[in-house]
Design a binder for this molecule. Sequence first.
Ligand code: PHE
Length: 345
Amino acid sequence: MSVEIFGKVNQIIEEIKTASPKAKEEIEQFRIKYLGSKNVLKPLMGEIRNIANEQKKDYGQLVNQAKQVAEAKFQQLKDALESAAEDASAHNIDLTAPGEPIELGSRHPNSIVMNRIIEIFQRMGFAVAEEREIEDDWHNFTAMNTPEDHPARDMQDTYYLKDSTEMLLRTHTSSVQARVMTTTQPPIRIIAPGRVYRNETISARAHCQFHQVEGLYIDEGVSFADLKQTLLHFSKEMYGPNTRIRLRPSYFPFTEPSAEMDISCFVCDSKGCNICKYTGWVEILGCGMVDPQVLENCGIDSKKYSGYAFGMGIERQAILKYKINDIRLLFENDVRFLKQFSSTL
Ligand code: PHE
């Protein structure tokens, strides 16, 4: 009798170990069978009174062991069920759910204006020349005929590199004229877009950094008429076919003669508004015939060649075009401001 009953308990232990319920209901059945209030081990525990005294201890331990095996197995089954549920939810991708929105950036107003200017001049055969922002004194000033005592060279107006009287942040893109003319023989026809720096107090109307586009054309027999016609064509392309231009005599050390160019106000068509300050004209750029001395400084024969140059500020045009009332907004990188501008100009 007692051998038989030991065998029965062992058989149950084996049964528990090999059981493999997976579904929730099957696991519940397992629990009821081995651990529930009417579990199969209970009557076997009751059989202890029929066991011979010297075997009672071993029998009790065996039934207890069966109970522990059942508890451990149940825990294991429950854990497996839970992690299976977690896995399922992790891989449960809803392919019909709407996608995450991707924020698209927008062109900076400076870039829009600059790209438009570049595009217009490229169509007229100008190549883009980009050069360094950290320049030496010679390319920025000396080659460009700017005398030693010119106020532009002053520490007050130019950022010099620490402990250097030679290296500086370029104050205009005219330094690219010198870079190109010293390395290329005419014909030269380039535009040079880029950032420039001046030691200005930052305000709504001025900044210590801004952008310019420089133009340079050197060949045999280039005249002021060529300059004027090129600028007129540019102005009509940029500001509309009815745009008129006006050249006012001016002075730059590197051009002779020099001029400043105004365009007819594109906001009021020269009727008078606060953009043109009721003059009907808006100043856009500086220009002139390249001073023969500048050609010679850069190794170009001024008896054979002549040329014109012009330089225009980008921020100024962006501000006018988009009616921006504070130049600082162009340098703050506030997306709420920047995303208002469309790329088509
Ligand atoms: N470099 C001048 C400026 O920064 C502009 C300019 C360029 C004038 C070329 C004449 C010719 O104001």
